[in-house]
Design a protein around this ligand. Sequence first.
Ligand SMILES: [Zn+2]
Length: 185
Amino acid sequence: MTCRKLKILGLVFALSYALSALADFPQPIVEALKYLSQTTAAPSLTFIQDHDVKIIFKNMKELGPLYATNDALTVITEDDHQIIFVNSRHEKAPPQALAAVISHEILHSDRQNSLMEEMVAWTREAQTWEELQSKYPELKNIPIGKYPLVDRENAIVSLIQRHQLKIEIENNPTYQGLPLHSPGF
Ligand SMILES: [Zn+2]
């Protein structure tokens, strides 16, 4: 077999591997991951495939009253699998906004969290959103209140611009009691 044929076979294999991995996700998540691949957070796509990360929509109330209003949440299962739950109210959100929140949650890949990990994750989420906004400027014209997830992304960008992100995270009741640092952060 020629080298060229081998190369093509390799490419087809890599592509079908990537697509079959994506096929497990709900369609809006598949779309979101395609947008994620266009950002500086693209390496997370390989991480998702290599670590068999699951991303699913979830009625957060089912996880308990504490989590009812969470936009997204990462759980590490007993057999060390990362599952990202995205609030099912965001199923119709623009996939670019889903990409942004996924780029945040994917960083929570172990059981330990910290204020610094949240700082990095929120900053990355805003960066993903801003990169996609400059690629797709129509995202800047979405009216406030149309998609709660878009409102969230714009709010995080605004917090960073006003140098308020650290204070926001420190005062967020969800993060009370978190250490300053965790492995890798
Ligand atoms: Zn987080």
